[in-house]
Design a protein around this ligand. Structure first.
Ligand code: TXD
Length: 308
């Protein structure tokens, strides 16, 4: 049986995610949006590219949730994106209503699906999605840290003139301005970054990563990043559908891990066919712990606003 991935929200991130899925051929896809014609038009365009990609995938564009029935994975990108000068949190209220509505529908149609939440502010939306769908927390996760780490790897690669695939970086915490990039886990094929770059330079690239989303928003002037976000989502989808058990930093439900209770936060997880199969706990230094807690407090503040 072919796998089925439904993406809710046919905007930039949603449509590009579907592109990556069908281009790879690993699943069939459904693209859902409330805007009449938008998902249908994009789905048809993508379907017409499949012969050229030698892809067996089928694609449906729809306004009808019944087309998403029995999906293996649901990606939630529905919502509003940032405009210049806006923080992710400015999107909170509007997007919370959208995500709630989406989750009620997807839980009815695909009670066994795994949900990947993308809509910002992502950690809070992941918590809301988990509460609303009433899925096991293993089956609800958020995409954030994998993108932040990829941005950091890009900047480090450009600085070092080394292929980005040989660069590793780990970014934990909430997917916001107080994300927690862990410099002691930055390596080039296992070589500590501090052997290759001065601390000041590393710190500057970390700072650029913190503002990575905003940098693109200000360049684009309308809309926010979508190629790298969609590539990050696709890595998560692939690890789940192919049971690859890859380790990625994702927003996962913490219930005691890292000393945090009842909160979605970015931590290293193993992604496989069950969803978040394991949360990998690493011992943080005092300073890292303080940063992680600060990031957690920001997320919790927003969660409390909704009494999620
Ligand atoms: O790292 C991350 N988590 C992120 C998050 C990286 C990039 C983008 N991030 C957030 O994802 C962004 O701040 C937004 O909240 C979402 C989607 O970003 P995108 O760039 O794709 O936004 P668009 O292009 O505006 O698309 C959103 C679509 C648009 O077509 C709307 O019509 C649709 O969402 N939408 C809905 N679809 C279904 N159901 C409802 N209710 C709905 N409301 C709006």
């Amino acid at each position: 049986m072919r796998k089925k991935v439904s993406v809710i929200g046919a905007g930039n991130v949603g449509a590009t995610t579907v592109q990556f899925v069908v281009q790879s051929g690993i699943a069939d896809a459904v693209l859902f949006d409330v805007v009449d014609g938008l998902p249908q038009g994009k789905a048809l365009d993508l379907a017409e590219a499949c012969p050229l990609w030698n892809s067996p995938s089928t694609i449906i564009g729809t306004q009808d949730y019944s087309d998403t029935k029995d999906s293996d994975i649901i990606v939630i990108t529905a919502g509003l994106a940032r405009k210049p000068g806006m923080s992710r949190n400015d999107l909170l209220l509007a997007n919370a209503n959208i995500v709630k509505e989406v989750c009620i529908e997807i839980a009815k149609m695909s009670p066994n699906a795994i949900a990947i939440v993308v809509t910002n502010p992502m950690d809070v939306m992941a918590q809301l999605a988990w509460k609303t769908t009433e899925f096991s927390c293993k089956r609800v996760m958020g995409m954030g840290g994998i993108l932040d780490a990829s941005r950091l790897r890009t900047f480090l690669s450009r600085e070092l003139h080394v292929s980005p695939e040989d660069i590793e970086a780990l970014v934990l915490g909430g997917h916001g301005d107080d994300m927690v990039p862990l410099s002691r886990f930055m390596t080039v094929k296992g070589i500590q970054m501090t052997e290759l770059l001065p601390k000041k330079k590393i710190d500057a690239l970390i700072e650029r990563t913190r503002n990575g989303g905003a940098e693109i928003v200000s360049l684009l002037k309308s809309g926010s990043a979508y190629y790298a976000p969609a590539a990050a989502i696709f890595q998560m989808i692939k690890s789940i559908l192919l049971d690859e058990k890859r380790l990625f930093p994702c927003a996962a439900y913490l219930n005691g891990e890292y000393g945090i209770k009842d909160t979605y936060m970015g931590v290293p997880v193993i992604l496989g066919k069950e969803g978040v199969e394991r949360i990998v706990e690493i011992k943080l230094t005092k300073e890292e712990k303080a940063q992680f807690r600060k990031s957690c407090t920001s997320v919790r503040k927003l969660i409390k606003k909704f009494s999620i």
